[in-house]
Write a new protein. Structure first.
Length: 256
């Protein structure tokens, strides 16, 4: 009994696909049908080199954050009050550096007759309607963090510093992330700032966004000084313990 035409056509297509796939595989690997050992070994070596090169190009996870976090173990964290005072100092400096030049420019423009209407200058970086002040605040905070390596003017005055959990130096991108993160912390009635009291490492929302913590330079110096004093006090006792005990003089043997 003859097979239907459709089944014969399907069998032919399957054999054709198998033959084409085999030819392409053999050609790509550089193998031969007779299975020559040397050529097959060379093809296998080329295939292994290709796979290893692909593995090198693949993105893999490296736990470099763990080493940096281990270095920061035991670092004294800044208090909420000190951080708040430093923030308001930076806010005041950013506002003055934004308002004063604009006031001077507007005064000159009015005297020269270039502007005939009243000029209203407002600094409010927490509302997007005042986007010029928002942009200036982000640029000012990001530049201050990057130039001072985590220590803005307010933070320098309060003896605190922003420290990255990833890098030894605060990068420009992390500084920009942290400055933009203030907007996320200001949402929901500034609830992001009060995350300080919930997080075990006292990180606010913008701290978690930029993967940073705020440490106290004053407390760190005190802790380092105390550690040095303790180490200096241990050295004499360790040296005394390491000295061998003086040998006692031998007694003369009794005469017979």
């Amino acid at each position: 009994m003859r097979q239907p035409r459709k089944s014969r056509r399907g069998a032919f297509l399957r054999r054709a696909r198998w033959w084409i796939w085999r030819r392409l595989r053999l050609r790509w690997c550089g193998c031969t049908e007779d299975g020559g050992r040397k050529q097959n070994a060379a093809a296998a070596a080329r295939f292994s080199a290709t796979v290893s090169g692909m593995n090198r190009r693949l993105a893999v996870y490296h736990g470099h954050e763990s080493a940096r976090m281990a270095e920061l173990e035991g670092a004294p964290l800044a208090s909420f009050a000190v951080r708040a005072v430093a923030f308001f100092i930076d806010m005041a400096i950013a506002g003055l550096s934004f308002v004063l030049p604009l006031m001077a420019g507007a005064t000159i423009a009015i005297k020269m007759g270039w502007i005939h209407n009243d000029v209203h200058i407002k600094f409010d970086p927490f509302h997007h309607e005042e986007w010029p002040s928002l942009a200036w605040f982000v640029i000012f905070i990001a530049a201050s963090n990057y130039i001072g390596n985590g220590a803005t003017i307010g933070k320098k005055l309060m003896k605190i510093r922003v420290v990255s959990l990833v890098h030894h130096r605060l990068s420009l991108w992390h500084s920009m992330e942290r400055a933009l993160g203030y907007g996320a912390s200001a949402l929901e009635a500034f609830f992001g700032f009060f995350q300080y009291f919930v997080d075990p490492n006292h990180q606010t929302v913008h701290d978690r966004i930029a993967r940073t913590i705020v440490v106290s330079e004053r407390k760190r110096r005190i802790a380092e000084a105390a550690a040095e004093i303790a180490a200096a006090g241990r050295q004499p006792s360790e040296a005394a313990a390491s000295e061998p005990a003086a040998a006692e003089p031998a007694l003369p043997a009794p005469e017979a």
